[in-house]
Write a protein that binds this ligand. Sequence first.
Ligand code: TYM
Length: 325
Amino acid sequence: MERVLSGVQPTGDIHIGNYLGAMRQFVQLQNEADCYFCIVNLHAITVPRDPQELLQKTYDLAALHLAIGLDPDKVTLFVQSEVRAHAEAAWLLQCVARMGELNRMIQFKEKGKGSESAVAGLFTYPVLQAADILLYQANRVPIGEDQKQHLELTREVAERFNRDYQDVLKIPEPLIGKVGARIMALDQPEKKMSKSADSDFNYITLLEDPKRIEKKLKRAVTDSENVIRYDPETKPGVSNLLVMNSLLTQTPIHTLVQQYEGEGYGRLKKDLIEIMMDHLTPIQQKYAEIRQSEELVRILKNGAEKANAVAEDTLRKMKDAMGIV
Ligand code: TYM
């Protein structure tokens, strides 16, 4: 059976972009692969965080994974810091990755902005991500478009390890959806939707209140043409609304465009408000049930145990190959 691994940072609020770009694929994959889903709290501390908030958000995100429909009997859900092998393998791989390749990482350039005060962990962030993936010998990694470069680095580092030491690591493939891999910001549709945006009109969170969903979608930036067409280049706002509708209703975009012929943006938005509420309400109800339950703690404990067994096995092989006692 194929192995799948992915990770999400417990920071900001998880939004519809994270969901449509990555997390929704997790739900489908649980029926066809051996899945490992990781709450990557060690990645989260590469920018300053309030410790109490990070702790809460770690559990919030775990509960959200279950609320979207992941079945703990099918998948292994765990917190990164509970599997020590991640930090250890990251060090080994830091001695394989090159400064030059890390320097080219777009996320580092955007977040670090060349600042002398950015922490060193922000620079080596993609190596920890490589460790997350390689420790599980994952065949496929479901991610949004923005993580593609980190996946390429992971593959290169793994290939170099296998060449320079021994053939230990599986080379993973990215799994990026054809539609929805880059959900755009509602208020600035030429930029991607982002947890760390300045304005919360940028995104809709999975736990968003229905009134706010309505307000945010009504305010979503479109254009002055008032013709519903799919053209991400010249009509990024309208195209983004069509993409979200398409993914949530599982209707091809060209069918939607036909259905909306002669209609205005008001109708497109009104429909999406309803579609989104219908989709998010059951997730929100399930989240409320799970978040405070003892069950959540038990699921994470079991997940960490299973993850530890797999990760330790790969780590031992990596150390053996490198001559590390
Ligand atoms: P993070 O926490 O920023 O995002 C989680 C997932 O959501 C996807 N995503 C989007 N997809 C579509 N449209 C958007 N606007 C959008 N914004 C975010 C991301 O691509 C990601 O798949 N470095 C990773 C976390 C990570 C990881 C890993 C991922 C750590 N280790 C191992 C995969 C495998 C990150 O910051 O994701």
